[in-house]
Design a protein around this ligand. Structure first.
Ligand code: ADP
Length: 403
């Protein structure tokens, strides 16, 4: 094992459609978190900001030129980070990559052949995968000797039984990759990792985790391993999300093409940007705006969001053969007590008994002591999972840029 120096740090990157989030962790075994930041508004009005480990602003928001390429953005980012590391050195970068396909059930050190395989998956997730790969290419050019690691949103779900990964399609298309991959795996892995310290029964038993952010999905675990999940082939399926529809009858897509004359690009753009909370409310994709609104369409959008969670909770409990615990996480799951309350009350038939005051004050456990199903609110930390995996893979390397 290659030792790391206490001055070594790991850079994590999470590149989305219009933002690149980064975090810096010390490269020692418990990967202490040092700072984080984000370039937002990519493609329109890019601007950069960063915070230290206590959440205090240490940069920005500062504007970056509008026509900056991802290579330019990564250069700006690396220069800023290096100026603020106080003698520390980035020894590896870990990336969130949306799709690892069937072959990547674990994070992987990025080499040319790996990158080729990940590029070959672009047709399956054309919106997300290229965004995730661009910073990898840029860093390889800016710092060719720095090891890079890809951590996949899909890996955690490779433990699902084969039948849970299949669609009722002709076998030819299944063989070509039309499968249920599942996403948000880094978040689920984090929750599975901390559950043993919080609730032993939940860690060993049948637990559903609801990752409710802008993108949202749910995962049923048995003993901390994924057995079923609501997202499937792409990050469009399952729950109603901020701007994505979730479950759709495929007949709607045929109708949009045949009766409405929409082509694939128009449908893709609508499915990713105009549906979900935003489409149903006609107001906003942000749950905070909807909770604060008296508009009946805002109320209906929230009701649909909650209804679909309850529906999928029943389905996931069926897939897992029962339910011992429910965990809420991500932006909405961690903060929107009204959503948690509605979901728990509508799901009382499963043995959930909400402790309403605990839920309202944002406690970690929000079920009563007598509730058959324990219910928890646990903040997720995908960046930490990326950092820990990156550190582990880098420590296994023979002398390669690691002090
Ligand atoms: P992502 O990482 O997928 O972009 P997040 O996990 O940051 O998303 O979650 C974003 C969502 O969380 C938004 O819908 C936002 O409205 C919601 N959210 C954040 N804070 C609160 C809050 N205090 N109350 C209700 N919703 C919140």
């Amino acid at each position: 094992m290659t030792p790391t120096d206490t001055k070594d740090v790991i850079l994590t990157l999470n590149a989305g459609s219009s933002s690149i989030k980064f975090a810096i962790f010390s490269a020692v075994n418990d990967a202490e978190y040092l700072m984080q930041g984000e370039i937002e508004g990519i493609g329109k009005r890019p601007r950069f900001h960063a915070r230290d480990r206590n959440g205090a602003a240490i940069a920005g928001p500062q504007a970056i030129k509008a026509d900056a390429s991802v290579h330019d953005l990564m250069q700006v980012l690396l220069e800023w980070i290096n100026r603020h590391l106080e003698g520390r050195k980035i020894v590896a970068a870990g990336h969130r990559v949306v799709l690892g396909g069937l072959e990547h059930a674990e994070p992987v050190l990025i080499e040319a052949a790996v990158l080729d395989r990940l590029r070959a998956l672009i047709p399956l997730v054309p919106v997300h995968q290229p965004r995730n790969l661009e910073p990898i290419d840029a860093l390889a050019k800016l710092n060719p000797t720095m090891p890079q690691v890809a951590c996949f949103d899909t890996s955690f779900h490779r433990t699902m039984p084969e039948v849970a990964q299949l669609y009722g399609l002709p076998r030819k298309f299944t063989d070509e990759g039309a499968r249920r991959y599942g996403f948000h795996g880094l978040s689920y892995e984090y929750i599975a990792g901390v559950l043993p310290k919080i609730d032993d029964r939940a860690a060993k038993g049948r637990t559903v985790v609801a990752h409710l952010g802008n993108g949202a999905s749910m995962c049923a675990m048995i003993g901390g391993r994924s057995v079923a999940t609501t997202m499937g082939f792409s990050p469009l399926g399952g729950l109603v999300m901020g701007t994505r529809p979730g479950e759709l009858d495929p007949g709607i897509l045929l109708w949009l093409m045949q009766a409405k004359g929409m082509d694939d690009k128009a449908i893709e753009s609508m499915l990713y940007h105009d549906c979900g909370l935003k489409g149903v409310s006609g107001i906003s994709n942000d749950m905070r705006d909807l909770l604060a609104s008296d508009d009946p369409h805002a109320k209906q959008a929230i009701a649909l969001f909650n209804y679909r969670i309850c529906w999928e909770l029943g389905a996931l409990a069926a897939a897992a053969g029962g339910l011992d615990a429910l965990v809420f996480t991500a932006g909405i799951g961690e903060n929107a007590s009204a959503v948690r309350e509605a979901v728990c009350q509508q799901s009382s038939w499963l043995g959930i008994e909400l402790d309403a005051p605990a839920n309202a004050r944002g406690a970690e456990r929000i079920s009563t002591r007598t509730s058959r199903v324990s219910v928890w609110v646990i903040p997720t930390d995908e960046e930490r999972v990326i950092a820990m995996h990156t550190l582990k893979l880098v420590q296994r390397l023979p002398e390669r840029g690691v002090a």
